[in-house]
Write a protein that binds this ligand. Structure first.
Ligand SMILES: [Zn+2]
Ligand SMILES: [Zn+2]
Ligand SMILES: [Zn+2]
Length: 91
């Protein structure tokens, strides 16, 4: 089974303690459903169930490949390039 080859882009492992919301929704005045963090730059965006899909838009705009969920109790990551789900957080 092939693994993700983009792990060297990961700079942000843990979710921030305080997350005001999707950065782009807050700027645009739109609503989000679930929050995702770009693990290359720490950008907080919203999931594909959200109207504006800012996490995926951020991937398209920047090429940053890996996001993780920052929903409470969730620690999975997702690589857009490899279309792989995995867990990077220790434990
Ligand atoms: Zn990858
Ligand atoms: Zn958003
Ligand atoms: Zn990013």
């Amino acid at each position: 089974m092939a693994g993700c080859s983009h792990l060297d882009t990961v700079e942000f492992l843990e979710a921030p303690a305080e997350i005001p919301g999707c950065e782009d929704c807050l700027r645009e005045g739109t609503r989000w459903v679930h929050l995702r963090m770009c693990q290359a730059c720490g950008h907080i965006g919203c999931c594909d169930n959200s109207p504006r899909r800012h996490a995926t838009a951020h991937n398209a705009a920047t090429g940053h490949p890996i996001i993780r969920s920052v929903e409470p109790g969730e620690d999975w990551s997702w690589c857009y390039e490899d279309e792989l789900m995995f867990r990077l957080a220790p434990g």
